[in-house]
Design a binder for this molecule. Structure first.
Ligand code: KIV
Length: 303
């Protein structure tokens, strides 16, 4: 028997631990993921939190926006990601119109992301009165909520496009008020999307909960990026993203090599094949011959 105690598993990142990271001045690393293997790689690389973003509408499902994403889409993706993550905090997006029409429906839908999807927290966009009520209700019910202000893609039609927000005084003060209201309602963190860096810095110092920036400069308490954007898995790279790999090109090269091998007869080779035992093969051939002699091979082989 070993005299040393087994190493304790790495502790899970939780919603409160993100706040402790802000207090300690440790930048929070968040990345999106939408499936089991992607999430496994993301967690193994050491991110603190995985966001199952409704950006999956564009990155995975091929939609032009996040608006068509359904609760079922989110629950299924969240469950796959949760199965892969043993340490990182899993946060699931509440999709468009899953919480805006009715408070009780919003509560139930968030509950699905936790109970069926295994998420430890959810994210909502904007700071309307209805959203703030929901943030408070969910927090009371034991579901931590991350807010999202600035460019909120579910409001693309009212915002008039995917534009930087908070560039004039009215829109900057609105972003500040929204972030403060979300904190007041109980949000454990707030995403600041596509706002000027100076505004994000001010919001980050006004809030006691962490701010997570995307296109909001380096003054936030953490950063979130979209998996496909930083890994080169799409055609479009947003200004706020940096490509750390070109997996799209690597995949295209690998698939073309596979296609060439199939067409040239180089795949499958010996390594990918199994063989029958000679005595089994001899018997099978005899059965085929017997059936052929009867006239109809398929019928002759039927038991
Ligand atoms: O859906 C998403 O991926 C997001 C992030 C961009 C913050 O909301």
């Amino acid at each position: 028997m070993s005299a040393t105690a087994p190493a304790s598993p790495t502790p899970r990142v939780t919603a409160p631990s993100l706040r402790a990271m802000k207090e300690a001045g440790r930048p929070i690393v968040m990345l999106t993921a939408y499936d089991f293997h992607g999430a496994r790689l993301v967690e193994a690389a050491g991110v603190d939190a995985v966001l199952v973003g409704d950006s999956l509408g564009m990155t995975v499902l091929g939609h032009g926006s996040t608006l068509p994403v359904t609760m079922d889409d989110m629950v299924r993706a969240t469950a796959a990601v949760s199965r892969a993550c043993t340490r990182a905090l899993v946060i699931a997006d509440m999709p468009f119109m899953s919480y805006a029409a009715d408070y009780a429906e919003g509560m139930r839908n968030a509950g699905r992301l936790v109970a069926e999807g295994g998420a430890a927290a959810v994210k909502v966009e904007n700071a309307s009165a209805a959203t703030l009520d929901l943030v408070a209700g969910l927090t009371d019910a034991g579901i931590p909520v991350m807010g999202h202000v600035g460019l909120t893609p579910q409001s693309v039609n009212t915002l008039g496009g995917y534009r930087t927000q908070g560039k004039d005084v009215a829109s900057a003060t609105l972003a500040i008020a929204d972030a403060l209201a979300l904190e007041e309602a109980g949000a454990f963190a707030v995403v600041l999307e596509c706002v000027p860096a100076e505004l994000a810095e001010r919001i980050s110092s006004l809030l006691t909960v962490p701010t997570i920036g995307i296109g909001a400069g380096g003054g936030c308490d953490g950063q979130v990026q979209v998996f496909h954007d930083i890994l080169g898995l799409g055609d479009f790279v947003p200004k706020h993203a940096k490509r750390y790999a070109d997996l799209g090109a690597a995949i295209a090269t690998a698939v073309a090599a596979y296609a060439d091998d199939v067409r040239d007869g180089a795949f499958p080779g010996e390594e990918q094949s199994t063989h029958s035992a000679p005595e089994v093969l001899a018997e099978v051939d005899a059965v085929i011959e017997g059936a052929a002699a009867e006239g109809d091979i398929a019928e002759g082989l039927l038991p």
